[in-house]
Design a protein around this ligand. Sequence first.
Ligand code: GLY
Length: 577
Amino acid sequence: MKKYFFVSTLLVLVFSCKYVTKKEAGALTVNPYAYAIQKKITASNGAVVSAHPLASIVGTEILKQGGNAFDAAIATQLALAVVYPGAGNIGGGGFMVARTNNGENIAIDYREKAPGKASRDMYLDSAGNPLLDKSQNGHLAAGVPGTVAGLFAAMQYAKLPFKQLIQPAIELAQNGFALTEAEAASLNSIQADLKALNTQPNAFQKQTAWKAGDTLLQKDLALTLTRIRDEGKKGFYEGETAKLIVEEMKRANGIISPEDLKNYEAAERNPVVFNYKDYQIISMPLPSSGGIIIQQCLRMIEDKNIGAMGFHSAAAMQLMIEAERRSYADRAEYMGDADFVKVPVKTLVSDAYTKERMKDFIPGKAGSSQQTKAGTTGKESEETTHLSIVDKWGNMVAVTTTLNGGYGSRTVVGGAGFFLNNEMDDFSVKPGVPNMYGALGTEANAIQPGKRMLSSMTPTIVLKHNQPFIVVGTPGGTTIPTSVFQSILNVTEFGLNAEDAVNKPKFHHQWMPDVVYVERDFPLPVIDSLKAMGYTIEQRGQIGRTELIRIHKGSTDSAYTFEAIADKRGDDDAEAY
Ligand code: GLY
């Protein structure tokens, strides 16, 4: 008889004996039917924070088996592709930002690309009206997936064989795991879309409602993961898996071709690296807007002694809001895939430019997005996922990965068992016209074959006096950079402990609409002060799910203590040893 119960923030799922025995290297050591959610842990050998306890546990087990933070990041992502199908993925894309213990900064870009048959106006009807259903749902919404290429690109920094890193994911898919209450509810909420957007049977559709404790078995996905284990990158981009993707495309007018898959490559980029006071920030460059936005925002506030204004003070918030307004205006106007369009990055992040942008800032008086001229932007989907990892050698890895919307296009590749992304909607389907989430853009982010769509994902690492200090990131669409900006300032300027830095209510401004969004538990007196300055405030649901590891120096030069914090806002889980 299956049952479940809650103990404070601890969800414990207890089921009949379905323990997986330890056979293969990397075989699953956790019982996927009896696991708990842990929000905070301190340890000194390594730490993993992710959106799901089973994924965090898998990552930590890999660290215990002698793997480094890269091994753990690869294994955790693969596990998330099984246990967190709404955003964990092999059918989407992502970014990895890392710093090795010998001081090398790394950015791996495995963002999806527009298929070769994509075109600028592919989501417009003959009268030029946007067909948003097509950019968001089903086969035509999918970009060429990048995640598997990204995992193999990261292997050059890993220590353990790939077979060992993927084995737990294969077992979780093959033997199943128990759903949490939130996951069951989430799967129930997409049943109508699954029916409408799929022609083949899949693991996620069910005649009766999913409930907490139900087993999710993904046999097709286990076969796909096994092909990737045995054939490497080709096990996804060529052969049987590629054939299944292309067959799926043909069933509903999708356009991803065998050539698109075979030619997909992840790219190593020069990370965004800059100093802010005593800190060095390492973050994701284009095609993510995230690293540039946090660099611009921090530059714009740098000379204002924001720490003295105080956490959640109206003065500090106003300063941050006005920096965000200006930066997001620039995002909409200038940013896109730098492999395709010229983006004036050096100017955008320069001292002279950012100081000039803040010249019309008036303390105590709300700015105006009508007067802050630039392009336009808006709300993106918020279903993405982040993982933060450190190891005992001082390697730090931050990964943000996504299908875009929850469960992406909601189309599962028949016979292959994974969701395809709907990342094409992150392009401007028609420059100047809002997409489903209200996002506007310009030519810089228009669709072109082979181009990567602009992202907000901001996996970020912070050093203090050149020493490991913070690994951080979050899902949340356009709220990602502002959440990372706040989390960094919460620790570095406002003196919050790591837990409060993650869990205290967050706010967001993105130029257009000219609204300050605050979480529902945001303190009312601050809201009133901001309203008195002339701001329009809207309460909204949760902003992001931040996964943060704060690193403290240990007793010797190479020893560290890791404080791993999983956001209170979801099933997110922190593991360490
Ligand atoms: N799909 C969300 C992002 O990349 O920003």
